[in-house]
Design a protein around this ligand. Sequence first.
Ligand code: SF4
Ligand code: FES
Length: 372
Amino acid sequence: MNVTAPVKAPVEAVRVPVPMAMLAELTYRCPLKCPYCSNPLEMAKRSDELSTEQWAEVLRQAAKMGVLHVHFSGGEPAARRDLEELLSVAVEAGLYTNLITSGVGLTEARVKDLSKRGLDHIQLSVQGTDAEMADLIGGYKGGFDQKMKVAAWVAAEGIPLTVNAVMHRRNLDRTAEAIELAVKLGARRIEVAHTQIHGWAYVNRAALMPTREQVDACTKVVEEARERLKGTLVIDYVPPDHHAKYPKACMGGWGRVGLNVTPSGKVLPCHAAESIPHLTFENVKDKPLDWIWAKSEAFNAYRGTAWMPEPCKSCERKEADWGGCRCQAMAYAGDAGATDPACIKSPLHAKMQELALAEAADVPPDYVYRTL
Ligand code: SF4
Ligand code: FES
């Protein structure tokens, strides 16, 4: 009898999408010391930063592989004296350009120059709604006043402005004021974003963790303001994972929508990916960006749905949230391939929420400021 081996169904190849956005973290240097900083605990030194020419090459490669948006970020991108030059390269390459800044390090002349060179959008962070609160949270005296000046220069140039309000226990009760501030500054959009507990923020999580009552009140304020300010201000709302039922599609899915390039040229699927110890990240100094995106081990580790364990594997939401956040799974479950504990179906969900509620109920400890 002729026995033939059973024919295995071919493993479905994971489709490699074209990335839409690249976060260019030009430097980790930053004058602010925010306790919720999401940058990694170990940061690249100035001497390890990519040169102007290396960044220019990354921008050109990104445009060539189909990236549409580049977000210049950091640290504080204005700490790079070649920011203007890099912006021109990006504009020439046909990229939509966004500057994510604390405002510190910008001058009126620099804002005018960036505008002349074709900057499409600015995202300005605010740590609080008055100088006392903002400067305490940012650990930088005079920061709030500087931001107000920057917003006025940006408005004078007609550059579309988004206010990025990072919310947590200390300032969450001021959500309404943050929205009013955005309107006053002429912003078209505000991002009311609850702190993501990654990187340095993990050190401060007890000081940052809001109570459930605070979160519920904030959600109500956002819903009411969205109605009232229709046509004036768009309000993006990022609710906190620790009080949620289901996770968010972190990064829009691993290796699906965007990539991050660190100051030293490492290419990451998300800003916290280096917290996953078994992954190796390629560097633009050694490999082309399109190869890293399509072929590298790190980008393929959690791309698509084939890597998923149960209950994600058979879940109807798996192509909505793409399994949530791998770095959160790493932090709480010790396994980046586990179901995100923010999900109600994770065996760790109840524990994560209990921990969050306990931390939020305690007297908040002092901030541990981020310093370089
Ligand atoms: Fe998302 Fe997985 Fe939870 Fe389903 S089980 S909602 S895919 S994290
Ligand atoms: Fe890394 Fe969510 S921050 S996947």
